[in-house]
Design a protein around this ligand. Structure first.
Ligand SMILES: Nc1ncnc2c1ncn2[C@@H]1O[C@H](COP(=O)(O)OP(=O)(O)OP(=O)(O)O)[C@@H](O)[C@H]1O
Length: 363
């Protein structure tokens, strides 16, 4: 139904402000692609260019092999769902969902069937005769999604659709979107979010945007397990991956690094003789730390602060000069850790290596 291809796409506002460049991306029919990235990196701009709401100032956008750069939004076969779900307040749920089809002068029976199908998919059947004001935020957002479903678009675009919902509703609506996608396996969806959990759970592939371009594209766990750069490593996962500076002391199928803080770490990233002495940052995720004997530790420090979340305890260590504070995440409840000296090493296979910001796995 819809493959999308972006070739060398760029965006410059007002002829001078370049916000995106060299965007090359193939999106296959049926994928759910999630755009993530720091605030202002151009996620919404890219989505709006695909929708046709923003002019593409360079490169090519193809939908099913047809260049659509100059095709108006209504003719692209795309429906967009926004974070503010402006429903018509004086129309019932049924009328809201039927509105676009009525405008398009579809036969009444067809409209009724489409609305019924969408209402069933979104579990909105009990609310069809209500006005929007009598719905919860999550139900309203489902009506907004319903309005796009009835139009049977080839591509669905979602711009932070859950960001106005409270925490519990976000979770419920996120699961509904995942189930909705399962019911429409051949529809292509592109989704912008700030929320890591939404990205990790919904995406077939995540696109990480940074520095005006694509930092990495991959399945969620691929980005988590094999980040190409320190940037992606720290952007995916929370709290962010710790980076500990050091020098390579033994090379081969495994690599040993002597850390500036005094510890050592052994990585499964392979290196060659030429890498001996190389300055690297050792990346260890907070959840990959385990307690260790001081002699085997990658890191020893005094716990400055703790956060007990019940299922895990976060340990915050003091900042060494020129370094980020190290964070550990231990399973379960650990009382009275504050002020204690703790030694940590990484679980086997959980040590990442970066040189000048780039992963040693991708050379
Ligand atoms: N009309 C405009 N004129 C000039 N610059 C613009 C315009 N619209 C957006 N920008 C700039 O383009 C960049 C990308 O904006 P965009 O809204 O796409 O980012 P985003 O990644 O969606 O951000 P956020 O996560 O904060 O929503 C920003 O630096 C923004 O200031």
């Amino acid at each position: 139904m819809a493959n999308l291809k972006l070739t060398d796409v760029e965006k410059t506002y007002g002829g001078t402000v370049n916000v995106l460049k060299d965007i090359n991306l193939d999106i296959r029919q049926g994928e759910l692609i999630v755009f993530v990235g720091p605030s202002g990196c151009g996620k919404s701009t890219l989505l709006r260019m695909i929708a046709g709401l923003e002019k593409i100032t360079g490169g090519r956008l193809e939908i099913d092999g047809q260049v659509v750069n100059d095709v108006p939004p209504a003719q692209r076969g795309i429906a967009m769902v926004f974070q503010s779900y402006a429903l018509y307040p004086h129309m019932t749920v049924r009328e809201n969902m039927a509105f676009a089809l009525k405008l398009a002068k579809k036969p009444a029976a067809e409209i009724e069937a489409s609305v019924a199908r969408a209402a069933k998919m979104l579990q909105l059947e009990p609310y069809l005769d209500r006005l929007p004001k009598a719905l919860s935020g999550g139900q309203r957002q489902r009506v907004a999604i319903g309005r796009s479903i009835v139009r049977e678009p080839k591509v669905f675009l979602f711009d932070e659709p859950l960001s106005n919902l409270d925490a519990a509703l976000r979770v419920a609506t996120r699961i509904e979107i995942a189930q909705l996608k399962e019911q429409m396996p051949d529809r292509t969806m592109i989704y912008v979010t700030h929320d890591q959990v939404e990205a990790m759970t919904l995406a077939s592939r995540i696109v990480v945007l940074a520095d005006k371009g694509i930092a990495q594209v991959g399945a969620p766990l691929e980005l988590y397990e094999k980040p190409k750069s320190e940037f992606v490593a720290r952007f995916i996962g929370s709290p962010a991956m710790n980076l500990l500076p050091g020098k390579v002391t033994a090379t081969g199928a495994q690599t040993t690094v002597a850390l500036e803080g005094g510890g050592t770490a052994v990585s499964d990233y392979p290196t060659t003789d030429a890498d001996s002495g190389l300055a690297v940052n050792v990346g260890i995720r907070p959840e990959d730390f385990v307690t260790a004997e001081p002699g085997q530790a990658a890191f020893t420090g005094t716990v400055a602060f703790t956060e007990a979340l019940g299922e895990v305890t976060l340990l915050y260590f003091g900042k060494a000069a020129g370094q980020e504070a190290v964070i550990g995440k231990l399973p379960g409840i650990h009382r009275d850790m504050r002020g204690r000296q703790v030694s940590l090493r990484a679980a086997p296979g959980k040590v990442h290596l970066f040189h000048e910001g780039r992963s040693l796995l991708y050379r």
